[in-house]
Design a protein around this ligand. Structure first.
Ligand SMILES: O=CC(=O)O
Length: 358
C-alpha cells in the first residue's frame, strides 16, 4: 500500500471512532491529537453519538456494543489518561477505575437518572464533575410503572398464559380476579418527579387518596397530587398499592424488608421501578409466597439480570421485567443526547444541563 493510500485509510478510520467531523486532513489529524480524549462505555443511542461526533470538541473511543457491557479489564485499560468518561449504569465507577483513569479525568457523564453505580465520595475527592439524566425519562418511567401496576394487580401475565395453554374453561365468577385502583389508597415511597408523574397518571383511575413517605415532607410536590405525608408504618398499613420511587442510597438499602411487608395488607400490591437494592428479596419472596401481600411487580432486581433459577420467578404473583422503565426510543435518545451535552459542557468548564452537586 502506498503511503498516500495508508494516510487516506488512516484518515477514514479516524472519522468514525474518534468523533472528528467531516473529512480529516493531515492538519486535522494533528489538531485532533490535542483534543480532549473521551471514552464512551457503550454504543449509546444515535442522538448522543451524533452530538459527540459533530462537536469537533473531543476525540472519542467507544465500546462498540449494546449487547454486552465493556469487560472491566478492557475498561480499566481504555480509561487511562482520558479527560472525560460517558458511562451507563452497568459500569461501577469506583476508586479503582478513577485511579486507572488518572488525573486528566475531569468530567463523568452517566446516561441514567440513578447514580448508585458511582462512588460520589471518590469523584468529589478528585474534583471530577458529574452529569446525569433526570427529567427526560420521567414520562417513560411513569408510563411503564402504570403498565406494570395494572399487569400485576389484574394478573395479566397469568391470564394470557391460561388463555394460551388451555386453562380457559368456562367463564368463572372469581377466576383470575385481582385488585382495582378505583377507591384505593396509593402509597409512594420517595416522592420526587417520578412519583408525582405516576400519581398524575393514576388519578383518573379514581384513586381515593395518595399518601407518601420521604425523609421530610415535600409540600410543593405533594400539593400537585394532593398527597398526604405519613410515616413509613402508616404507608405500609394503609397502601393498597405501594410504589417504590426512591433512590438507592445507604439509607434506603433494603428498606423494603419483612418489617414493611408484615405491616402491609394481604390484598396489597408492591411495585418497584427504582432500584433492586431497596428491597430485601428473600423477605419479598416470603411475603409473596405466604400470602402476606397479594402481588409484586418489579422492573429492577439484585442482581441484574436476575438468574432464571431465582425463586421469585417461580411465583405467579410476581411480575418481573428486565429493567426497561425508561426504554422508549424517544426517551433513550433524549438521555443519550443529554449525557453527551453534559459531557461537552463539563469539558468546556461550563455548567452542565443536569449536574449532580457533590
Ligand atoms: O434506571 C435507569 C436510570 O437510572 O436511568
Amino acid at each position: 500500500m502506498s503511503s498516500r493510500m495508508a494516510l487516506r485509510l488512516l484518515q477514514r478510520m479516524a472519522v468514525t471512532p474518534l468523533g472528528f467531523p467531516g473529512g480529516v486532513t493531515t492538519k486535522g489529524l494533528r489538531e485532533m491529537s490535542t483534543l480532549p480524549r473521551v471514552y464512551v462505555t457503550r454504543q449509546i443511542p444515535p442522538e448522543g453519538l451524533k452530538i459527540l461526533r459533530e462537536s469537533g470538541q473531543v476525540q472519542f473511543d467507544l465500546w462498540d456494543s449494546d449487547d454486552i457491557p465493556v469487560p472491566r479489564k478492557e475498561l480499566l485499560q481504555k480509561v487511562k489518561g482520558v479527560d472525560g468518561l460517558l458511562c451507563v449504569l452497568t459500569e461501577k465507577i469506583d476508586a479503582e477505575l478513577l485511579d486507572a483513569a488518572g488525573p486528566n479525568l475531569k468530567v463523568l457523564s452517566t446516561m441514567s437518572v440513578g447514580y448508585d453505580h458511582l462512588s460520589l465520595e471518590e469523584l468529589k475527592k478528585r474534583g471530577i464533575r458529574v452529569g446525569y439524566t433526570p427529567e427526560v425519562l420521567t414520562d417513560a418511567v411513569a408510563e411503564l410503572t402504570v403498565a406494570l401496576l395494572l399487569t400485576t394487580s389484574r394478573r395479566l401475565i397469568e391470564a394470557t398464559h391460561e388463555a394460551k395453554t388451555g386453562g380457559w374453561g368456562t367463564w368463572r365468577t372469581l377466576w383470575l380476579c385481582g385488585y382495582e385502583l378505583a377507591n384505593s389508597t396509593v402509597g409512594i415511597l420517595g416522592l420526587g418527579r417520578i412519583g408525582v408523574a405516576i400519581a398524575e397518571r393514576l388519578a383518573p383511575f379514581k384513586v381515593k387518596n395518595f399518601i407518601y413517605t420521604d425523609v421530610a415532607p415535600r409540600p410543593d410536590l405533594a400539593k400537585v397530587i394532593n398527597a398526604e405525608h405519613v410515616s413509613m408504618d402508616e404507608l405500609a398499613k394503609q397502601s393498597d398499592f405501594l410504589l417504590v420511587c426512591c433512590a438507592l442510597t445507604p439509607e434506603t438499602k433494603e428498606i423494603c424488608n419483612k418489617d414493611l411487608f408484615n405491616k402491609m395488607k394481604s390484598t396489597s400490591i408492591f411495585i418497584n421501578t427504582s432500584r433492586g437494592g431497596v428491597v430485601n428479596q428473600e423477605d419479598l419472596y416470603e411475603a409473596l409466597s405466604t400470602g402476606q401481600i397479594a402481588g409484586a411487580g418489579l422492573d429492577v432486581t439484585v442482581p441484574e439480570p436476575l438468574p432464571t433459577s431465582h425463586p421469585l420467578f417461580t411465583l405467579k404473583n410476581c411480575v418481573i421485567l428486565p429493567h426497561v422503565a425508561s426504554a422508549s426510543y424517544s426517551t433513550r435518545n433524549a438521555m443519550s443526547a443529554l449525557a453527551a451535552n453534559n459531557l461537552l459542557l463539563g469539558l468546556r468548564g461550563q455548567p452542565m444541563i443536569k449536574e449532580l452537586q457533590l
